[in-house]
Write a protein that binds this ligand. Structure first.
Ligand SMILES: Nc1ncnc2c1ncn2[C@@H]1O[C@H](COP(=O)(O)OP(=O)(O)OP(=O)(O)O)[C@@H](O)[C@H]1O
Ligand SMILES: Nc1ccn([C@@H]2O[C@H](COP(=O)(O)O)[C@@H](O)[C@H]2O)c(=O)n1
Ligand SMILES: [Mg+2]
Length: 221
């Protein structure tokens, strides 16, 4: 008899993910570092499906879900929503996409996210794209983003930065130790950042799976 994790894994992978090799790239970086902007470019050039955990959570609020109020409160405080909720949304989006190549943006955001995703899906990321940018630049970008996000106010932005430093950077370091982090200087103009991103997605090393060494950090610190 299977465990609850086996059952959840079966649900995640369903027919699509059982049959095909699934490629996952985690896209991490501080709030406003440009993850969503660059993911849109990667989708155009490399045929990935972009799944932003934050976008999925915001859509869940809009859908009138029973978790909506809890998610809204967490986002307004810059806190991390329990993994179970976010992973279910990611699982569903992966299944429904019909694709087998995913950019998972803004996830895993803490150790709980990371361990739960691995336990449930058994998926290891090919690599982690890490957008490195100073807090000053990220703050400037968020305050002029103008997309109507309730968490783009200075009070919540400061809370999001704190959570990023305390909970998300340790996850990046976890993958760094495994040689999986590809760090990008995200403070440059959008086009230049994308040139660096393209170089990673087209590199022979990536295709041939040459082992990468650890990167040395880090503009944010
Ligand atoms: N390299 C860049 N230079 C200047 N502005 C940028 C750059 N990349 C993104 N931006 C702008 O900064 C803002 C934040 O970018 P984006 O939404 O892609 O960040 P994000 O990392 O997804 O943020 P969040 O974590 O809050 O979702 C947007 O207004 C975007 O147009
Ligand atoms: N794994 C995640 C990702 C996001 N959140 C919550 O959503 C907020 C916005 O995320 P963005 O990536 O769109 O900036 C974030 O501050 C968290 O409150 C989450 O809980 N778990
Ligand atoms: Mg984003």
């Amino acid at each position: 008899m299977g465990t609850a994790v086996d059952a959840a894994n079966k649900e995640t992978n369903g027919s699509l993910l059982d049959e095909k090799k699934v490629t996952v790239v985690f896209v991490l970086g501080g709030p406003g570092s440009g993850k969503g902007t660059q993911c849109a470019n990667i989708v155009q050039h490399f045929g990935f499906t972009h799944l932003s955990a934050g976008d999925l959570l915001r859509a869940e609020i809009k859908s009138g879900s029973e978790n909506g109020t809890m998610i809204q409160n967490m986002i307004n405080e810059g806190k991390i929503v329990p993994s179970e909720v976010t992973i279910k949304l990611l699982q569903r989006a992966m299944r429904e996409s019909g694709n087998n190549k995913f950019l998972i943006d803004g996830f895993p955001r803490n150790e709980e996210n990371r361990a739960a995703f691995e336990a449930v899906t058994k998926i290891e990321p090919e690599f982690v794209l890490f957008f490195d940018c100073s807090e000053e630049e990220m703050e400037r970008r968020l305050l002029s983003r103008n997309q109507g996000r309730e968490d783009d106010n200075i009070e919540t932005i400061r809370k999001r930065f704190k959570v990023f430093l305390e909970s998300s950077l340790p996850v990046v370091e976890y993958y760094n130790v495994k040689g999986k982090v590809r760090k990008i200087d995200a403070a440059k103009p959008i086009e230049e950042v994308f040139e660096a991103v393209k170089a990673i997605f087209t590199s022979k090393d990536e295709k041939g799976k040459t082992k990468h060494s650890r990167v040395h950090w880090c503009g944010i610190l």
